[in-house]
Design a binder for this molecule. Sequence first.
Ligand code: ADE
Length: 433
Amino acid sequence: MPGGHYQVRSPKPRHSIYSLTDSSDVGPEEEEVDDVTPRLTPLEKLTTDMCKDETTIKELIIGRRVGFYKVRGEIGCGTFSRVKLAFHALTKDKVALKILDKTRLDSQAHRLLSREIHSMESLQHPNVVQLYEVVETPSRLYLVLEYAGGGDLHNHICSEGKLSDSASKITFAQVLSAIKYMHNMNVIHRDLKAENVLFTSSGCLKVADFGFSKRVSNRSDALDTFCGSPPYAAPELFKDESYLGPPVDVWAMGVLLFFMVTGTMPFRADTMGKLRRSIIEGAFTVPPWVPGPCQRLIKGILKPVPAERYAIDQMLGCDWLLPVEFPWVLFPSEPASPVGSLLDSEGLDEEEEEEVRSSLEELGFTTEHLRNNHLKDSRSPVTGVHRILLHRARKRRGCDSLPVVRGMVRDPKREGLRAYRGLRHTSKLCVVS
Ligand code: ADE
């Protein structure tokens, strides 16, 4: 790492020992050359502080800093992890830091964690929480994630009631876009639920938590692990059989859609046995006031037989979503090249590339840093800063803008149906056979 002492930028122009001026021409004031140490770049200053500055070193030891990130308060927690807000020390961008205590993870949790990282590394989409970097210490693993500060869909509906028809369209269209993309990238989420649907402060939806996800070599691969939250689980998951990944995510989308438009869950029961039975029977009732096109979509999705269930493209083409316009042409849901291509610089347009390169340069990253780092290794801080800056450039170009409902009329009285006030759903995992 580069060393040296930090110097505050001098307002004086730098004219120093490197000047070509003959010293005999230099008057006495000009001989007061006090700024001979090269000015440090922000990167040099940070890396020097991380090695030499007592406060910074102490912060690194007590976990107030992790790699290039300054850690703030807790914003969430799960079975094996906590999530804290953090800032990149150089770019100042907010990130969500998912913290895992390695000493508490058994071999299965380790396997799931590797899958989570493996799945997320391949994904880059406006409606999927992005993985920026992975930082590992002897006792902990940190996933540095895109920050979505607008809360989650479950809390939103529990506190504000069901969504209006147009808000449901806008929300569901974004989930659909994310899942279509994931499936095209051969990633099955397996834990889709309102708690894992986050919003940014500008209202853009981000599907999160890939802890139960699986990257398959082929979408028709059979899976055999029960994952997810029981109220969102497809009927085939309750049978001791293998299952196909995509229809399981589709079913969970049906439950999610029902929850959005009614504020209640389609399958409710006071015991797991009864819940299982009602899901297997596919016994649910859509309230009559739900618009017909939306009712038809829900019924097309919540079909107990996976082969009869709507496929993603049927959902995209349904009448209910006809008035929805997706804004991002920049992010095709079908990548031209295989998995991972969207994280390569190949996917960048020239303007974005220039913007990112110049920001990296300002921070002190040299072409050498970039050459030595292929920007694919999630465990490199260079990859982290590159992905953050790239994401920022894309956001500036509107990749986080919301779909538009053509001919949308704002719903002035959003009925606050409070019927569903259930606890947050916990996800489970158990291996079948
Ligand atoms: N909680 C869990 N993941 C999060 C994220 N990416 N942003 C904000 N809060 C979160």
